[in-house]
Design a protein around this ligand. Structure first.
Ligand code: GCU
Length: 675
């Protein structure tokens, strides 16, 4: 599993391999930069593997040329301003006739663009896509595409399930594992251009000179791959590290401390990306400690970063039990009034749903709510609430569902994807973050299939329009097999897997009913935590009368935060999509569910059982691949599937039996057989 989706094994389709050999074997990369050398190495490694042939050639005799900038007009005379429209990271891959022979040209404005183009070309070969008349122009739809590592200096990864942190702080800056370079390569191959190295619950030690040297070592390794380094900071660092009396953003001493610290960082890392900040959230310090707003806190940092070209990603994950408002509404209430108050180099980073990375949530109402302040997407790639790293869950469909949801912010078609990409409002900055699932496990993510979640995040951050199914298929081809029967089967399993998980964990809009603290397994019965808004019973609200959280106008009216007509649609159970039914409504057990005609109780039970059946189906389908894919990959996933099925049954039985104590209705006939 170490090679991820860059396996580059010999292509089995002989006729296609022959065609590629003719088109690609003799290649030339024009350029002298470190990145040009990386492109050379990658092409040589990949083509030797995929085609069994690779021959560096002079640009005159090459069939494949990678070239940057105006030089490309030698092969594409009518290039015009095509390139300039593609920005710093876009690229063109085009087959042209040059001196009476066919040449494939990869070109871009920058070497990094050329690297992205090269990886796209290799993807075409890996997925066996014919290159005749190839003509692709591509540019990212969001500017900042970052992984967020929730990694602590002691190498514990918060909500990480693939071993310890890959950053060995103890041995840095001198000892640089090959894994760091392969990490940068993998990110570049899917267009990820930034990495926040440390946990949002930040340890101030990261800003000390000794640690900044270590950060610099990583930044130097990552730079030629187009991967910028960012840090999470602790807001009260001026006091804890600098010995100041407080960390009040309006205290000139505090601003000065940050100015100096930031200058020190840029001295070491001239292209440092900036800061990610979790402030006044779950006990973290923040500007609120001094009666200041999030904007005042963010702007103080933004002003210090601005002269160096740095940015602030300020998280909107704020909620507090003391606030007299329901949790799902709080981020909007806090940040909506601050629209327009943030500096141009600030983005507000919002989790995809209003609570917290649940298996399924409706969209956060903040998407589309701010005309001037860019809302940056935060997806979770690691599977905190989704079975950690033993459940087979491809998150592509979930990301797609969120990105394609219409906010109606500026009328129909104002999808979340468009909002995030700055196509609804013309944001000066745009971005998507993914909370990483990477650790020191040999296969990176603890489970082969979960590599696809890192992969799909990168692909969707580049282009929010791409479909989860297309990505599943290409990832399967690159990682497991190009045999069409295998590709079809695995793609089907992947596309089913998220819905299956929602079914056996939290069907019909149920949420936050997991085990306390570790967030693993079911615990809908917990009602004794110090804070009401941490108790599962607070969220499902099951009684003898019914189940669900009334967030409609008759309840806490969270729907008011959405635009019309979404607001009205969600206000009425009849028009609320069933997948969100119990998120927005408290309904009687005998409520008739439209799609099936079943009672609500029967439908809930039915979905829990369906989820388990779907996991069993995935598991059986996987078993049928024996002998058709790499035996180690096969075995790893098979072993995990055993755990997955067992735990799906655990979830189902626990939830159904617990909710039955309220519904006092029987398990519907046909489902009451033991499994
Ligand atoms: C969740 C998660 C925490 C994390 C927090 C965050 O609450 O359980 O571990 O720190 O989200 O996103 O900040």
């Amino acid at each position: 599993g170490y090679r991820l989706w860059m396996k580059y094994d010999l292509l089995q389709n002989k006729s296609l391999r022959k065609a590629y050999q003719k088109q690609l074997t003799k290649w030339s990369v024009v350029g002298q930069s470190e990145t040009s050398q990386i492109i050379r190495d990658e092409l040589d490694y990949a083509l030797s593997g995929l085609l069994g042939q690779s021959e560096p050639a002079g640009y005159r005799s090459a069939n494949l040329v990678v070239v940057t900038g105006r030089l490309a007009t030698r092969w594409i005379p009518d290039l015009g301003d095509e390139l300039s429209k593609l920005g710093d990271e876009g690229y063109i891959i085009r087959q042209v006739e040059h001196n009476n022979k066919s040449v494939i040209v990869v070109t871009a404005n920058t070497d990094i663009g050329a690297l992205y183009g090269t990886f796209n070309l290799l993807r075409l070969v890996q997925t066996q896509t014919p290159l005749d008349a190839v003509d692709i122009s591509s540019a990212p739809k969001t500017k900042v595409r970052v992984l967020n590592h929730w990694d602590n200096p002691d190498r514990h990864v918060e909500r990480g399930f693939a071993g310890e942190s890959i950053w060995d702080w103890h041995k840095l800056p001198h000892y640089k594992y090959q894994k760091y370079t392969d990490y940068a390569r993998a990110n570049a191959s899917i267009g990820i251009n930034g990495t926040v190295l440390n946990n949002v619950n930040a340890d101030p030690i990261m800003l000390t000179p000794a640690y900044l040297e270590k950060v610099k070592a990583l930044a130097d390794l990552f730079r030629p791959y187009g991967l910028k380094v960012y840090l999470s900071i602790k807001f009260n660092s001026p006091a804890t590290l600098g010995g100041l009396k407080n960390s009040d953003p309006l205290n000139p001493q505090v601003a000065k401390w940050w100015d100096k610290k930031i200058a020190e960082i840029y001295q070491l890392i001239p292209d440092f990306g900036g800061f990610l900040v979790k402030a006044n959230s779950e006990g973290q310090p923040g500007p609120g400690d001094y009666g200041r707003t999030h904007a005042q806190g963010a702007n103080m940092l933004a002003d210090a970063l601005k002269p160096h070209g740095g940015i602030v990603m300020w998280r909107a994950f704020v909620y507090a039990n003391e606030k007299n408002e329901e949790r799902s509404k709080q981020a909007y209430s806090e940040f909506k009034p601050l629209d327009g108050k943030f500096r141009e180099n600030v983005m507000v980073q919002v989790k995809n749903g209003p609570i917290d990375f649940q298996p399924r949530e409706p969209i956060s109402p903040l998407f589309g709510a701010t005309q001037e302040t860019p809302m940056m997407m935060e997806f979770q790639i690691t599977m905190e609430y989704l079975g950690f790293s033993t459940h087979f869950v491809y998150l592509g469909p979930m990301y797609e569902e969120v990105l394609k949801t219409d906010t109606y912010a500026k009328g129909k078609g104002s999808t979340v994807g468009k909002v995030v990409a700055g196509e609804v409002y013309d944001y000066p900055l745009t971005g998507m973050a993914g909370v990483s699932n990477i650790g020191s496990d040999r296969n990176w993510t603890g489970h082969i299939i979960l590599q696809s979640n890192w992969y799909v995040f990168g692909r969707m951050a580049w282009d929010y329009n791409i479909s989860a199914e297309q990505v599943a298929e290409e990832w399967t081809r690159m990682t497991l097999s190009n045999k069409s029967a295998v590709v079809k089967k695995v793609t089907e399993m992947m596309m089913l897997s998220h819905e299956a998980t929602v079914n056996y964990m939290t069907p019909l809009g149920l949420h936050h009913i997991m085990g306390t603290g570790h967030h693993y397994g079911p615990a809908p019965w917990v009602d004794d935590l110090g804070r009401a808004d941490w108790n599962p019973v607070y969220y499902h609200r099951a009684t003898k009368g019914g189940i669900g959280f009334d967030r409609s106008p008759s309840g806490v009216n969270a729907v008011e935060q959405y635009f019309s007509p979404l607001k009205e649609q969600l206000a009425d159970p009849k028009s609320t999509p069933e997948k969100y039914l119990l998120w927005f409504h408290h309904l009687p057990w005998d409520y008739k569910v439209k799609s099936s005609g079943r009672t609500l109780w029967d439908e809930i039970v039915h979905r829990y059982y369906l989820g388990v059946d779907q996991v069993a189906q995935i598991s059986q389908s996987w078993d049928s691949l024996q002998g058709q894919i790499d035996p180690l990959q096969f075995k790893q996933v098979q072993m995990a599937n055993t755990i997955h099925l067992k735990e799906a049954i655990w979830w189902r039985n626990a939830c159904v039996l617990y909710f039955q104590t309220f519904s006092q209705r029987p398990i519907p006939p046909g489902l009451d057989k033991p499994q």
